[in-house]
Design a protein around this ligand. Structure first.
Ligand code: PLP
Ligand code: COI
Length: 376
């Protein structure tokens, strides 16, 4: 991922978005009822943005309309061959009542990379951000303001051509929807237990692991179910070749903290091509360095993890991602061993980095990297 502070391109979407909002908006009382305990991904706002693409016309027909069902032909190519990608980012309510997203151009760039991998058209970054901004501006009253709450934005794109020939679709639909969200894990910042999957793998060298495509998540579900059967909250993926190197966890990247206090060293698995380059992961590499910690990318094996916890050199482990923010890992289980991570509780560096990140995202701390993007 990039190492320099990102420069936002001028917001001049090449295509303007036709605004056709609902004629029957919900009352403030109805909206407030739906915003009570939203959970994650269960409640949706009143609008969506759609943009079409076809091989002949490129991107066209950008619209903001009321949230509604889509009409899908039974021979829609996505249903059969899974040309489908998505992104996830959040809009946060700030102390002054304004709203900002976090690094939306990084999501726009990753969306282009996912599209390339899946033989799909690349949406211009400025159009991606303009579509997200238009939806947030329209549904701004849906951005919650309680601690740990935000508006989760889900841009996605899928094939819309009808036919059963196995080839890239000639038509796609890009859609943005939004969902007011509370904590991803019920119970707040509580350590999760993880299952090391030795039977299943998420991604292989040369595969789609670095892309945010729907199929990766479909392939993960059976291992996640196994984790639950084993009494764990989440699955941790190992590399496909040696089944030895830690890759990532469910829908989150992982961080390992060695040592304590100002001498702590913070390590995350290196991007091998088979894990998702998380934007939270990238942000934390820089935030940890800003705070004076040694922060690096490296290969970490299952043995390193178990021995590090046994001899006390590895003090904390946490997972990070847009939906899950920063979540401590409290214990590990595999088919051959189980152990506790550090004290089994949320560690001080985990919580310090979590606060530093959330304070920037919510406008409570200075944003020296230019990561926040205010919705005008
Ligand atoms: N890994 C996977 C498989 C994910 O789905 C996500 C979530 O988007 C992440 C990691 C974390 O990425 P980010 O920090 O960009 O949300
Ligand atoms: C995210 O953090 O945005 C994710 O995509 C994780 C999960 C909800 C798929």
């Amino acid at each position: 991922m990039t190492t320099a502070a990102p420069q936002e391109p001028a917001l001049q979407a090449s295509l303007s978005i036709d605004l056709k909002p609902t004629a029957h908006p919900l009352s403030d009382t109805e909206r407030a009822t739906r915003l009570e305990n939203p959970g994650f991904g269960r409640v949706f706002t009143e609008h969506m943005v759609t943009i079409k693409w076809s091989a002949g016309r490129g991107w066209y027909d950008a619209q903001l309309t009321p949230y509604a069902s889509l009409d899908i032909d039974p021979a829609n190519m996505t249903l059969h061959y899974a040309q489908s990608i998505f992104e996830g980012l959040k809009a946060y309510r700030r102390p002054d009542g304004g709203v900002a997203t976090f690094r939306p151009y990084a999501n726009a760039e990753r969306f282009q990379r996912s599209a390339r991998r899946l033989a799909m058209p690349e949406l211009p970054q400025d159009l991606f951000v303009a579509a997200v901004d238009a939806l947030i501006r329209q549904d701004i009253a849906w951005v919650p303001g309680e601690p740990e709450e935000s508006l989760y934005i889900r841009p996605f794109m899928f094939a819309t051509e009808v036919g059963l020939g196995v080839r890239p679709s000639n038509e796609f639909l890009f859609v943005v929807i939004a969902s007011p969200a509370g904590p991803y894990f019920a119970g707040g910042v509580k350590p999760v237990s993880v299952w090391l999957s030795q039977e299943y793998v998420r991604a292989v060298p040369g595969g789609t692991g670095a892309a945010k495509c729907a199929g990766n998540y479909a392939a993960s579900l059976v291992a996640q179910a196994q984790a639950i059967e084993q009494g764990c909250d989440q699955v941790v993926w190992l590399d496909a070749v040696e089944r030895r190197w830690i890759e990532e966890m469910g829908g989150m990247n992982l961080y390992f903290v060695y040592g304590e206090g100002e001498d702590a060293r913070i390590v995350t698995p290196r991007l091998t091509g088979s894990l998702l380059p998380g934007i939270t992961r990238d942000s934390l590499l820089r935030l940890a360095a800003d705070r004076g910690y040694a922060a690096e990318e490296a290969q970490i094996s299952v043995d390193d993890w178990r021995e590090g916890n046994a001899n006390g050199t590895l003090t904390e482990v946490f997972a990070c991602g847009t939906a899950a923010v920063i979540t401590p890992v409290g214990s590990v289980k595999s088919s051959t061993a189980s152990w506790t991570v550090g004290t089994g509780e949320a560690g001080p560096i985990t919580m310090e980095l979590r606060k530093a990140l959330v304070d920037i995202q919510t406008g409570r701390a200075e944003d020296v990297h230019g990561w926040t993007h205010t919705i005008a």
